[in-house]
Design a protein around this ligand. Sequence first.
Ligand SMILES: [Ca+2]
Ligand SMILES: [Ca+2]
Ligand SMILES: [Ca+2]
Length: 465
Amino acid sequence: MLALLSAALSDASPVKDQAFEPASPNVIPTISQYRWAQTFTVGVTGTLTRVDVLVAQMFRVQSDTLDITIFDTSGGAPHLPLTAPFHIPAASVPIVSHVTVFDSYAYLSAAFALPVTAGDVLAIVVSTRAPSEYYWAGVFGGGYPRGQLYTTTNNTWAVSGSEDQVFRTFVAPSRPPTANAGSSQTVRPGTTVNLDGSASYDDNTDTRLLQYAWSFVSVPDGSAVTLTGADTSTPNFVPDLPGNYVVQLIVTDEDGLSSLPSQVTIGENLPPIANAGQDQLVIVSQPVALNGSAIDPDGDAITYDWQFTGEPAGSTTLLAQPTLATTTFVPDLPGVYVATLTPSDFLGPGVSANATITVTTASGYAEIQLQAAAAQVQDLPADAVTNGGNKNALIQFLSNAVVALQNDNMIEARQQVQQAISRADGCAVQGAPDGNGRLRDWITSCAAQEQVYPLLAAALNAITP
Ligand SMILES: [Ca+2]
Ligand SMILES: [Ca+2]
Ligand SMILES: [Ca+2]
């Protein structure tokens, strides 16, 4: 705020608000007390920037430094300092001496940055560090209500004389405030948007005392959005439709001067949505590919983050490249791994997705394939097999293989699977079901073989050294 005030001062054009200039010879009161004060009525609303006090005669008697302070009054004597004392060091105190009545004088100048309002009754208080002899020029000022001279050697002010003393004040007239509606924002749908106009400022009205008036300049077609706290510095709203919301702020100072509008645009941006790929059944210690992807409805650039959100106790498996859409890992233990892909756009995380990777031993994997194959065979229609007996025999091969796997008899298991394959492999091997012969296919259509053969091949592959 100080910086703003300084800036306001530097480009303000102060006007002479009080000018009780020496106009004619007059009685010069002698003041030789610690403090004296001259009240005056502010004529122009704005910022009091400078006060000049005329001294007609000064001697370096005991003290040659002075402080000038602006006080508030309560319809009488000064009672509350409104500024810090402006110190005039010894070297800057003019030494003047009139020869005849009022023929020599000088001004003491003090700089301030005090917001004032026309009609305020203030006091210029001049203090010394010890009793001194300073002579003021006493003349009547013109055009303003007469002030009152007070003196004191302690904290009790006494009326002293009735005439205006010679001084000048300079006031930078109030200027309109400057509104600052804050930064434009982009938010997710359903997010409360917090606006912040607290960087608005004025030359003579504190930011907290400005009047705030926020309003929508434009909203998406059909929106019924409303602002909460539209007359505060920090209102909020919840967008009800996708699109841009342009909001403006106008601030008004205590003199009724209004700023130009300041606008911000609040846009909505949708989150990216992940696809973590298929759930998978895999064999322990074999690499697993995770084929993730994501879509951002706005076309924003997407970053990826894979994490295991579930894994078997004791697993120390790591993802190879967790910040790519597609990555791999090598499961170190059987069990269920849940890999979660979280996509982010510039606003942050979007909608995650999971891939569940079930990891088994090789024989466990084969067993699952065989059971799936048996279920397929069981469901085949009568015209997809040579006859019911062969269908049962085929299922028996698979059942035998599972029992062998459970007994850890890999040789027997492979033989049983190969038996089953020989009855369902014509289409895979030569493009058509095998006809009469030792290896005649019992599954008699390619469509049916395609449901069974891949499962059998995967099972055999898993248990083949
Ligand atoms: Ca102002
Ligand atoms: Ca987006
Ligand atoms: Ca065959």
